[in-house]
Design a protein. Structure first.
Length: 250
């Protein structure tokens, strides 16, 4: 299926079909879905509209077409990867809002002060994780001496995990940055915590977690480095893109 376009002067107007409108409406409601969920969702929308797509090949192109219309409304369906798991996600983003105020639409400023503290401690921590007990302690003295109850803090943490702002590692009883933070708040994190984060040399996006080259200290997402190693034509080793030192395949 091909989305038709109409030319108006020098502007090229994209006319979205029924399946695109259905997909956009569902994404606006759900905010973030995994790549697999996005493929299943678009397939359902297309089936309802009586059209067929090979979503494994065409979904990204269809999202680009949808974004050409959404951009006029300062909206975007943004594709990103969770640093911790390497899984791909599709996220519905308001590009006009201040990067960190996006969370405030559903939470109070007091809730947001707690969230911002968690993000700060996760970003500056040595391994990018924070024990659950340490997270709960952050709810004390948030603003002007106000305290949040542990029960309220636990409810907020559960909500942020379900909305994929945070990841919960139950085995280690800790939290990490979720895919929605990486996709939606990367500009905010770069601007506020630039000394504590890097840019992946391969995909050029925010890199909080990841690995460094032993020779030049360049930083890479774990999934980006793994993809480079797998795609290398060298049988025994692959070179660092920056310093050209050899990496042993693992």
């Amino acid at each position: 299926a091909v989305v038709s376009t109409q030319s108006t002067g020098n502007l090229r107007m994209v006319r979205l079909e029924t399946e695109h409108h259905m997909f956009i409406q569902t994404m606006a409601a759900r905010r973030i879905v995994s790549a697999k969920e996005a493929q299943e969702l678009f397939t359902q929308c297309a089936d309802t509209a009586g059209r067929r797509y090979d979503v494994t090949k065409e979904l990204r192109d269809q999202v680009t077409l949808m974004n050409s219309s959404l951009s006029k409304l300062f909206l975007e369906i943004r594709v990103g990867v969770c640093e911790v798991t390497g899984r791909q996600y599709y996220c519905f983003v308001n590009t006009q809002e201040d990067e960190c105020s996006k969370l405030c639409t559903n939470y109070t400023p007091f809730d947001f002060a707690f969230f911002r503290r968690i993000i700060e401690h996760l970003v500056v921590s040595k391994d990018g994780s924070l024990q659950s007990t340490d997270c709960l302690r952050l709810c004390n003295n948030l603003t002007e001496g106000r305290k949040m109850s542990y029960g309220q803090a636990k409810d907020l943490l559960r909500g942020w995990v379900s909305e994929r702002w945070l990841l919960e590692d139950r085995q280690n009883n800790s939290f990490q940055l979720g895919p929605r933070v990486i996709i939606e708040l990367s500009q905010y994190i770069h601007s506020i915590y630039g000394d504590h984060v890097s840019t992946c040399l391969l995909c050029k996006t925010l890199c909080v977690y990841g690995t460094r080259c032993d020779s030049c200290d360049s930083k890479f997402h774990g999934h980006c480095r793994q993809r480079l190693v797998k795609s290398s034509s060298s049988l025994g080793s692959v070179k660092c893109p920056q310093c050209k030192s050899l990496w042993e395949k693992q």
